[in-house]
Write a protein that binds this ligand. Sequence first.
Ligand code: DAH
Length: 363
Amino acid sequence: MSGDRNQLRPEDLIGAINAAYGNFDREIERLPDTSESLEAAEKHLRELQDLRIKYLGKKSELATQKKLIRSIDPTRRGEAGSNIQKFEQTITQRIVDKEQALKHFIENARVERESIDVTLPGRRPRPGHLHPITLMRQRIEDIFVSLGYAVEDDREIETDFYNFDALNIPEGHPARDPQDTFYTTDGFALRSQTSTVQIHAMQRRGAPVRMIAPGRVFRRDTPDPTHNPMFYQVEGLCVDRGITMAHLKGTLAEFVQRLFGLETKTRFRPSYFPFTEPSAEVDYSCFSCGGPGCRICKWSGWIELGGSGMVHPNVLRAANVDTEEFTGFAFGLGIDRTCARIYQLDDIRLLFENDVRFLEQFR
Ligand code: DAH
């Protein structure tokens, strides 16, 4: 072992390494095997990667000293090599052990976080349900279908012919005023009443015909507790040989009895509509007080059902029905208005705002 004084010796390399790795123990022990949280453990794992680079990376003292092995006297190179290798193995093992401990903890923490706590109360699904107007419409349809009526559906955008002319509403009638009816820019009217379907139904089916037509209608009303620019009506039409006012009265009397109970009475008041002659307004006895008067019937004992009458010959003619052979009656009832009465809503707009807090009461 004589030789060049400048020749490096294994102990020089190990000495340099020992000096550079004096803090390794402290630094690695500062990183715990477990943590108080997933995030803390992930941070410790990143710090461990930094330690690996610092103590085992390309610029580490180990790497530097390994390169110097070449400069050692060949007879002692093996000694230097195995010493450095042993040291490197120890450091690597310490880092790998710590890494495994931290990864194990992180894995467990993730599973725990993502697992379902079966003891927690579940989130209930909120099933949908039918709108109160739909429910009301279905009750009305069921009654008329059982009386032999067909249910008709038709367009909401109409020509003046169906909305007015065919219904015997003369030129200049206030209902034609754009103040009252919505018009499209190309001159069509949003139907202001379901009576339009009378014409379509007679044109389609001819006579005799028995049908109801529930649907939306539109009027330029300022919204308030009893008005909405869009609302629901159900139209009724019965055309046959020998139809009289008695059939109209009997039909509507039967209808309100089925809807509100057998004790319900009807009342017909003379009225005027262009499409019927004679015309009548129909009331039914209050389903709540039965007559003496209460808050619901506004102390009158009666509640308005809608308009009705014997179909005007001009209307039958407009739909090519032979007025010598056929007569008919017709009626138009407010679906949402009836709905509001039954549920004692003090603002009809509640039915159109689609506020779930209101609607879910009708489940
Ligand atoms: N169309 C009328 C309205 O909207 C209601 C009506 C009255 C319909 C009498 C009819 C009827 O069929 O015969 O106010």
